[in-house]
Design a protein around this ligand. Structure first.
Ligand code: HEC
Length: 199
């Protein structure tokens, strides 16, 4: 009996062992996959590093990181604009696990007009129309940095007017973007204090 059982036990062990290994490997692969989204996956970046506003319906498919309300001029109530920032769900998962923005992370900041009105809760500013987009795309490998002036410091940087979400008006991230993001340098150039979901 023992002679028969042994091989069975061994093969069971082997099968279970193999199963666990396959399971582990596939978990690892899935984890890696979800963390290193390819830049192309969002179609925000082409093969030479040109950037566009991703065509995905990010308001529905992605996650809103947070909103910045731009105060109206002195003496005027409410906000004169709002900035709403979106990113992929995978970006948030990876950031919470590692404390870093993963390659392929895309941050879309919408510039919105506002309407301010008296409502039953008080004086309220609500989001109006899109006035433009700021887009940043993470690439820690810096593969476009020597060929494209939209790329540097581990990110691609581009602004788009409301009339064209495919063609940026930005020509040089260093002079047009970077200086204003210096206060956020320690957080990989991102103003993370505005995004409660990352805490
Ligand atoms: C006048 C200063 C200024 C300039 C110029 C500027 N930014 Fe920003 N940016 C900010 C500030 C401040 C925030 C956060 C608060 C806000 O939105 O007002 C921000 C937020 C962002 C965000 C949302 C993620 C984050 O960092 O919080 C993106 C994306 C972004 N900027 C991209 C760009 C790009 C791309 C350029 C250049 C084309 C650029 N910015 C130029 C000041 C600036």
């Amino acid at each position: 009996m023992k002679k028969i059982r042994k091989p069975i036990l061994l093969s069971t062990l082997l099968t279970v062992g193999l199963g666990v290994t396959v399971g582990l490997v596939s978990t690892l692969l899935t984890t890696t996959d979800s963390h290193s989204q390819t830049l192309e996956a969002t179609n925000a970046v082409d093969t030479v590093g040109n950037i566009r506003v991703p065509t995905v319906d990010y308001r529905k498919e992605w996650v809103a990181l947070g909103t910045w309300a731009v105060a109206a001029d002195e003496g005027v109530l409410g906000s004169k604009g709002m900035h709403v920032v979106y990113t992929q769900e995978e970006t948030i998962t990876a950031y919470l696990e590692t404390g870093n923005f993963p390659d392929g992370a895309v941050l879309v900041k919408e510039l919105l007009s506002t309407e301010t009105a008296d409502m039953t809760t008080g004086t309220i500013s609500r989001a109006g129309e899109i006035e433009g987009w700021f887009v940043m795309v993470k690439d820690s490998t810096g593969k476009f940095e020597s060929i494209n002036r939209l790329w540097g410091e581990g990110w691609g940087w581009a602004y788009f007017g409301a009339d064209d979400n495919a063609k940026t008006t930005t020509t040089d991230y260093e002079s047009e973007c970077l200086g204003c993001h210096v206060p956020a340098e320690a957080n990989d150039w991102i103003y993370t204090e505005g995004y409660p979901i990352l805490r």
